[in-house]
Design a protein around this ligand. Structure first.
Ligand code: 5GP
Length: 213
């Protein structure tokens, strides 16, 4: 039996290097009902990134205008650059029953909980150890040593917020973590508050009982 439902806003957060991008990519590939929320950012585009796919790369003026016009669902400054989630697309997808995955930091997660808490499920991923996190950041070869040490300092702050997430997983095996996140999403889809026509169905059941008397 299927009910109409609102989509799940699935936040996957972690210190950078703890595997959130790989897990998100895998979930998106395996789940047709899942869409990635594409953020706006003022940070310069990295090699290999695509405007409109990885981020909407915008000027500071454009970003400020979006924020002032209330077009961002949440926003934050991370590693010296500004980021934000455009509201329009997310609201449309959730209302249509599509699930949306977010790669946002703890500041953004707090704002989403304040605004859209009943639509959310959040997962925080931890690395098995800090040397492992360092090794993953180096292996990715995206950043200079200076940026890597900045990211490690940031990891400390991100990890402090572990208690604000619904689920906390240690990502020491990518397959296992992906399976766990897929199960979390599947459970989130079944939550009572998301089944938008459940009350109509229940009224129907009650009417059937009443008609027996
Ligand atoms: P990066 O620049 O490496 O792609 O992302 C840096 C950090 O910014 C990541 O921790 C990511 O989760 C966070 N981030 C990306 N987009 C958003 C957003 O729209 N809002 C918030 N609050 N954080 C974001």
């Amino acid at each position: 039996m299927q009910f109409n439902r609102r989509g799940v806003m699935l936040v996957i957060a972690s210190p950078s290097g703890a595997g959130k991008s790989s897990i998100t990519r895998r979930l998106l590939a395996e789940d047709d009902n899942l869409t990635m929320s594409v953020s706006v950012t003022t940070r310069p585009m990295r090699d290999g990134e695509v405007d409109g796919k990885d981020y909407h790369f915008v000027s500071l003026d454009r970003y400020d205008a979006m924020r002032n016009e209330g077009k961002l669902l949440e926003w934050a400054k991370v590693h010296g650059n500004f980021y934000g989630t455009p509201a329009a697309q997310v609201d449309e997808l959730i209302a249509a029953g599509r699930d949306v995955v977010f790669d946002i930091d703890y500041q953004g997660t707090q704002q989403l909980y304040a605004k859209r808490g009943s639509d959310m499920v959040s997962v925080f991923l931890l690395p098995p150890s800090i040397p492992e996190l360092q090794a993953r950041l180096r292996a990715r070869a995206l950043d200079s040593e200076e940026t890597i040490s900045q990211r490690l300092q940031n990891a400390r702050i991100e990890i402090e917020h572990w208690g604000e997430y619904d689920y906390v997983l240690v990502n020491d095996d990518l397959d296992e973590t992906c399976n766990a996140v897929a199960r979390i999403l599947a459970t989130g889809r079944l939550t009572r508050s998301r089944q938008t026509n459940l009350s109509v169905f229940i009224k129907g059941l009650q009417a059937q009982i009443d008609s027996l008397q």
